[in-house]
Design a protein around this ligand. Structure first.
Ligand code: ZN
Length: 231
């Protein structure tokens, strides 16, 4: 990032001299308010005072996010329908899905763990993907309704609770322990969930919240964009 980084305030001066518009942005670290120039492709802006990264130009952010979110939604659906694990003992085989594991934990008396797994491995990823899909679809035709802002806040919250990778780590540790007692058969869902971890990371990396925020209708009833809000 440092290689392509440009101090926001420094280049803003040049941009203003050329008559180009820039957006105001506060540094998340030192709160310095600075004007952000239009960024060239694959360039990033950093704070003129503390050099903290401010943002990076992500080309075709909405289209890439939409494609990745659709793929993630399909993978999540498959991961919760097909078996995740199978055990083979004395000629008998038994398979279970993610939701089957949650139900089994609930019946065994581990209700708190069951609820945590259900929320962190199923509900939160589904909300994360659903929120982003709705946001990306809603902001394609600006100005987007202001409820999209609520979804953007919700997306940030559920993203922190989406922990498929933690569940996979737990499953792998359990597999190593069970392997001595029974033959473990990895199910398709295990590989799908592994792919989903990378897909969710790619989806979050492709999404540029600034693009979405710029297209959202203002709460006071104005349209998106500073120029419209000043009328
Ligand atoms: Zn700063």
């Amino acid at each position: 990032m440092a290689g392509a980084g440009v101090p926001a305030a420094a280049t803003a001066t040049a941009a203003t001299a050329d008559g180009a518009e820039g957006t105001l942005l506060a540094c998340p670290d030192c709160d310095l308010l600075q004007r952000l120039p239009p960024l060239p492709l694959h360039h990033a802006a950093c704070c003129a005072r503390c050099r903290a990264p401010l943002c990076r130009h992500k080309p075709d952010s909405l289209e890439r996010t939409l494609a990745l979110a659709l793929a993630a939604a399909i993978l999540l659906l498959i991961a919760n329908v097909v078996p995740m694990l199978g055990l083979s003992v004395a000629g008998r085989e038994a398979f279970t899905t993610v939701l089957g594991g949650v139900v089994a934990m609930w019946r065994e008396g581990s209700q708190v763990v069951a609820m945590l797994v259900l929320f962190a491995a199923v509900i939160a990823p589904a909300l994360e993907i659903g929120c982003l899909l709705l946001v990306v679809l809603a902001v394609r035709q600006p100005p987007a309704p202001h409820w999209v802002a609520t979804l953007l806040h919700g997306y940030e919250f559920v993203r922190e609770w989406s922990m498929i990778e933690i569940m996979l780590l737990g499953v792998l540790v359990a597999l190593i322990k069970i392997a001595e007692l029974a033959t473990v058969i990895p199910g398709l869902a295990l590989f799908v969930l592994g792919s989903l971890v990378f897909l969710l990371a790619a989806m979050a990396a492709a999404f540029d919240p600034r693009v979405a925020w710029q297209r959202i209708e203002w709460a006071a009833g104005g349209a998106a964009g500073g120029a419209e809000a000043m009328r």
